[in-house]
Design a protein around this ligand. Structure first.
Ligand SMILES: Cc1cc2nc3c(=O)[nH]c(=O)nc-3n(C[C@H](O)[C@H](O)[C@H](O)COP(=O)(O)O)c2cc1C
Length: 331
């Protein structure tokens, strides 16, 4: 409660005086150098969640993009997040798109980003990941690439060092990825990934439609989930940011995240869950216990948060966990 007030009335106000990317770097560096004792969280037995047959201490995780370079996942995990997605990792270091490429929409509690994939590269990231041995079973690595070979090289490189993989074929900021969004490509990607690793593999899906969605349109998702269901230890993340044009971004378009996405996240889940018995992790617009409750009640296996953390602060996971414990929703 105290931390919550300090964040909302002091820390967030100060951070929001900085351009969004500068604020992100500031927080990332603080977390990287901050002593461990500042971040301590005791998980309750009743928030334990089974993902792909393994136990994580909470179904609330960190979404890809927040810790692109594996600099702060241990701290996030100690803030009460059950798991963290590192990346999206690229094989070679990359700068991403030109700036400005991150905008706050404060009134909507949303962000628009066109970062594409700035990355320190897999070698530097693996070195950092190896130092987080105690957290290995709670870290998913998000990989991508401009072709299948690049994606597979990244999976081979990180295999054995993480809980599983998220394959990002859905960033609206990276042109090359659109070619993967069809059942044939997804089939090819998962079958190759399955030949490399026994670890869980998640396909991160795009957010193709805006509300109102005509249910017939959702057949694109159904075709992909049908393929994913054919493979063991495979699932999906529903879904990435929503494509949007915005002249304030240097490249003119990006992906929207945060509160405005929640209704589509829930709609996609409600449509797909009854049809498919595979792990579905929801990402998009979750900012409090009520959002998490709706998704878990509709059959989400777990939830990922990015933008909610920026607006609600570092106690977001702990608060959701406490209410989850009291609600006995997971029992
Ligand atoms: C600044 C920013 C960078 C992101 N980078 C990635 C990324 O590298 N890979 C990825 O799969 N998703 C990325 N995402 C998407 C998030 O993982 C998440 O799916 C999306 O923001 C919706 O969740 P939210 O509403 O909780 O933010 C990024 C999102 C933001 C806001």
């Amino acid at each position: 409660m105290f931390l919550d007030l300090v964040y909302k009335y002091l820390i967030r106000r100060v951070l929001f005086l900085f351009p969004p990317e500068a604020a992100h770097v500031l927080v990332e560096n603080f977390l990287f150098f901050a002593p461990k004792f500042l971040f301590r969280n005791k998980f309750h037995e009743s928030t334990k969640t089974i993902l792909f047959g393994e136990t994580v201490p909470s179904p609330i995780g960190i979404a890809a993009g927040l810790d692109k370079n594996c600099k702060s996942s241990d701290k996030y995990l100690n803030m009460g997040f059950g798991f963290s997605v590192v990346g999206t990792v690229m094989k070679n270091p990359r700068k991403g798109n030109p700036k400005p490429r991150l905008i706050r929409l404060i009134n909507e509690k949303a962000l628009i980003n066109s970062l594409s994939f700035p990355s320190d590269g897999s070698e530097a990231i693996l070195k950092r990941l190896k130092k987080l041995k105690n957290f290995k079973d709670r870290i998913i690595v998000s990989v991508s690439g401009s072709n299948e070979e690049e994606i597979m090289e990244n999976i081979s490189y990180f295999n054995g060092h993480c809980f599983g993989f998220e394959i990002n074929i859905s960033s609206p900021n990276t042109k090359d990825l659109k070619k993967f969004i069809n059942p044939e490509s997804v089939n090819s990607i998962i079958s190759k990934a399955r030949n490399i690793t026994d670890a869980p593999v998640l396909i991160k899906l795009p957010r193709i439609f805006d509300l109102p969605v005509h249910l017939d349109e959702l057949v694109v998702y159904e075709d992909i989930l049908r393929i994913v269901s054919m493979y063991k230890k495979s699932g999906v993340v529903l879904a990435n940011t929503r494509p949007i044009n915005d002249d304030r971004l240097k490249v003119g378009s990006g992906g929207k995240s945060g509160k405005p996405l929640f209704d589509t996240t829930l709609l996609l889940l409600n449509h797909l869950r009854p049809k498919f018995n595979i792990p579905i992790i929801c990402s998009g617009g979750v900012s409090n216990f009520n959002d998490a409750k709706k998704l878990l009640e509709s059959g989400a296996d777990a939830i990922q948060i990015y933008t909610g953390l920026i607006y609600e602060g570092p106690s977001i996971a702990r608060k959701i966990n406490t209410e989850l414990k009291d609600s006995k929703l997971l029992n």
